[in-house]
Design a protein around this ligand. Structure first.
Ligand code: ADP
Length: 251
């Protein structure tokens, strides 16, 4: 694999809430095109880290960079979304009363901003992009169904597709496999694995089978605990790490 340097770089990031350090000198970097799984017990700071990257929460100290030059600490939440950091929260949010294809079209990045413009017209380039994403999502057969009628797993894929319409540089996904069937979990893993290389991804996940399907034998997994990185390596390596075992069982 050719490395293109980090797409995301955090150094010594600290976030305190009334003296309690939700992030404590967190240092982490993700390579361009990488799919990085983040695991760790509840309260480890995973959500706070994503909040800092997306500008929702300010860190008191540390560096937060997209690529080599974009200082995310200087930017607000809408600007960070606009420069290509897409975030998916746990619960899927789709336009339930609109067909699947229209959900994708509405999510297309417009000149006016990153959020779907209800006034946008269905242009030829948009149509080509919608068809491309439908095929990627394996939702071609469902293009004309209402998004609200999809299964939970299909909604999760659709929402990822909506983010992809904006051609993000980095996707942050919070437990995308929570509450979906085993079959859909593997379909989601196949989708994300297929995006590897064209889009960098950070996936926070508890489902170890899913993490295994994403990381494979060689992918890097980051274990967070108490606001910083506890261990980093292949899934097998971190799972065999005594400190990691302790941090999971010690609670
Ligand atoms: P995770 O996502 O890994 O479960 P979080 O980032 O949600 O961890 O939380 C890390 C710690 O920070 C937790 O102990 C949580 O209670 C605390 N925390 C998170 N947000 C706030 C907040 N807005 N005010 C006070 N404490 C917070």
């Amino acid at each position: 694999d050719v490395s293109h340097g980090p797409i995301l770089y955090l150094e010594d990031v600290t976030v305190s809430f009334d003296g309690f350090k939700a992030l404590n000198k967190l240092t982490l970097s993700i390579d361009e095109g990488e799919l990085r799984c983040i695991i760790g017990p509840n309260g480890a700071g995973k959500t706070t880290m994503m909040d800092v990257i997306t500008g929702k929460t300010r860190c008191q100290t540390g560096k937060v960079f997209l690529g080599q030059t974009i200082d995310l600490r200087r930017m607000d939440e809408p600007s960070i979304a606009r420069i290509g950091i897409g975030r998916k929260f746990q619960k899927p949010t789709v336009f339930a009363s609109h067909p699947v294809w229209e959900n994708l079209e509405l999510a297309m990045k417009t000149d006016k901003g990153w959020w779907p413009s209800l006034r946008s017209r269905f242009t030829r380039p948009a149509q080509a992009r919608v068809e491309e994403i439908l095929s990627l999502l394996n939702l071609e057969q469902d293009a004309f169904r209402l998004a609200g009628d999809l299964s939970h797993g299909q909604k999760q894929r659709l929402e990822i597709g909506m983010l992809l319409m904006q051609q993000p540089r980095l996707l942050l996904l919070d437990e995308p496999a929570a509450g979906i069937t085993d079959e859909e979990t593997m379909e989601l893993a196949a989708l994300l694995n297929g995006l590897r290389g064209s889009c960098s991804m950070m996936v926070v996940e508890h489902d170890m089978d899913f993490v295994g399907a994403l990381a494979g034998d060689t992918g890097k997994v980051t274990v967070m605990a108490e606001g910083s990185v506890l261990a980093e390596g292949t899934l097998d390596t971190v799972r065999a790490n005594d400190t990691v075992i302790e941090s999971y069982l010690g609670r």
